[in-house]
Design a protein around this ligand. Sequence first.
Ligand code: PLP
Length: 403
Amino acid sequence: MPQLNENFLKLEKNYLFINIAKKIKAFKEVNPSADIIRMGIGDVTLPIAPVVIEAMKKGCDEMGVKETFKGYEDSGAGYDFLREAVSGYYKSFGADVPASEIRINDGAKSDCGNIVDIFGNDNTILVTDPAYPVYVDSNLMSGRKIIYADSNEENGFAAMPDHSVHADIIYLCSPNNPTGSVYTRSQLKEWIDYAKKNDAVIIYDSAYEAFITDPDVPRSIYCIEGAREVAIEMCSLSKTAGFTGMRCGYTVVPEALKFRASDGTEVSVAQLWGRRQGSKFNGVSYPVQCAAAAVFTDEGLKQIHENIAYYQENARIIAGTMTKLGVKFTGGVNSPYIWFKCPNDMKSWDFFDLMLEKIAVVGTPGAGFGKNGEGWFRLTAFGDRQRTIEAMARFEKLAAELK
Ligand code: PLP
């Protein structure tokens, strides 16, 4: 009989969104005609930009011709044309990231989960709480010790380091999922200094960087001095360009990132990560990489920004409703998420049930993202404009009833 990895038994039985789906299904069985508005899962809804689709079609056509057909990509890190395009994109917002340090992947979730392979199991992992569940789950699966930095109402859901506590691997996400909060330059600098002092590595998730509008909020950790020696960054085209169903992202491991093995030799993290990917990942399809490269052309950027602006306007509408009702919230600017305090000190899942029952609006209970999420709730701005307006009208009615 095979021995199981019993660390999996320590995980929540179901991924958060499976529990939500079950509740919706049960509600629909009892209320088949209910007009449910879904503002739970952070998935995009607008179609992919035409210039991106054209590039993908062209890539497909090339696959059907002997002279331009592509099999495995040699380096396994992604085509140079895409790595160069990503490097140019970084440069446009002040981050110096050479193409050689970028590896293309099938979206940020895989690398967020897989990066733990190259680090030993005795590391202490620091996760800000609440957090995107993958950081916690992937480390629980390998039995690592996790400590938490509290993101809460007092610090505007932007946890800062506790200098009396040591960590080896630190997960940061800005703009944050689920709280919509962001780190400013000076806050990120403090995390970088903490990482240096502790000889730690930061795993920085910038999946929502495209939603940043505030000039004091960096789009990449590499906009901050010293980050190259301590940080790995993961980003994705999922939210930037509607690639949730296409699957393409990128991870940056700077050459300067080096740690010592137990025998004292210096080891390049990029080399280790490249070795891991070489063994376990065979790259992203050529047509998808063609599509991804089109995102970073002038026309591509113009077209994706039309979609981003649409979601930003939805976020503004949701945030406006919260402000009008005097509900405490973070996010809504620099982020497609609005994270608000449940009325009357209700618990997150109780408020989920109430919203579903009374106004047929689905959101995500904050408690699903960690202990500090209890009593808070996440709505996404990725939906349809009219449905967002309708949801907010229903929310106002519910808020009036709860007074
Ligand atoms: N990181 C964060 C913070 C996310 O919220 C998500 C998706 O919702 C991802 C990473 C993963 O995105 P993908 O795998 O689609 O690139």
